[in-house]
Design a protein around this ligand. Structure first.
Ligand SMILES: [Ca+2]
Length: 284
């Protein structure tokens, strides 16, 4: 989601590591308990019963704060306090900006004076909590409504803190708000042979983006990335091993306000808008 070369200042300063043991597909543990005896038997079927298999998800079925086992809420502004892209929001971990209710995560952008910004919102990442290489991400979501909102469902390479951007690579599953309502886009960002940033984007027009749930999806495989809304493909990008799409990435959900994406254009009557997420599921 970053069109500007501003990622060279780093947020976390923590080298990321691939989570071990999350890809044990097809391994089943059977536990038999009797009154005097407990026996555990592990079996590994030769063929998994799922293809692809669910390896990670958040169904947002526990009310309250987003699970801190799954998500980190960014609250420390990088880039000398500007966040990125001339954005106008400040990200908080307040429940006014992110909350799980009735099976749905809500990321809520508010008009609110806070830390020298005019808006607050939330940005959630799985950095250091979950990352993966290759697979499918399915996110069922309703997008926020209103000029100036910039919702994003995206991923960064785990080495962005050490390698920098765009060298780490970026995979944008869904972004919205830079053009007409309902025009959703996907993109990949990476360096060219000279190390300069470039990106390749695809897009499609959908309806009822803010009133109905749609499933935003990437299929990331060796050699290509494909992007879909409700199983309609709108973008394909071929990859090779000179590109940064062969190593682990982590997930990010956020709603920005204004910034370069929207030509710094926010509806003066804006009060609040919500991105609702029913689930995030990752398959391999
Ligand atoms: Ca749900």
């Amino acid at each position: 989601m970053k069109k500007v070369l501003v990622f060279l200042t780093l947020i976390h300063g923590i080298a990321c590591s691939k989570n071990e043991g999350q890809n044990n597909i097809g391994s089943t543990t059977i536990t038999n308990n009797t009154s005097n005896n407990s026996q555990t038997t592990s079996t590994t079927p030769s063929t998994p019963s799922c293809d692809p298999c669910l390896i990670w998800s958040d169904e947002f079925d526990v009310d309250g704060a987003p699970s801190d086992e799954n998500w980190f809420l960014e609250t420390v502004p990088p880039n000398n306090g500007s966040w990125w892209n001339q954005e106008d929001q400040y990200y908080t971990n307040k429940r006014e900006n992110s909350i799980v209710e009735n099976g749905v995560l809500k990321i809520i952008a508010l008009k609110e004076d806070y830390e020298n910004k005019k808006y607050t919102s939330a940005r959630m990442t799985t950095q250091n909590l979950f990352d993966f290489t290759y697979g499918e991400v399915h996110v069922r979501a309703k997008l926020p409504q209103g000029q100036g909102t910039w919702p994003a469902i995206w991923m960064l390479g785990v080495d962005h803190a050490t390698l920098g951007w765009p060298e780490c690579g970026e995979i944008d599953i869904m972004e919205h708000g830079d053009k007409d309502p309902g025009l959703v886009s996907s993109a990949v960002h990476l360096p060219n042979a000279n190390g300069d940033h470039y990106y390749v984007r695809g897009e499609q027009q959908i309806e009822n983006e803010s009133s109905e749930f749609h499933v935003y999806k990437v299929i990331w495989s060796i050699g290509q990335l494909e992007f879909f809304v409700d199983d309609v493909r709108h973008h394909q990008f071929s990859t090779n091993y000179d590109m940064p799409f062969w190593k682990p990435f982590f997930l990010i959900l956020n709603v920005a306000m204004g910034g370069t994406w929207t030509d710094n254009n926010i509806d003066p009557d804006f009060e609040s808008a919500t991105m609702e997420v029913d689930y995030v599921r990752v398959y391999q």
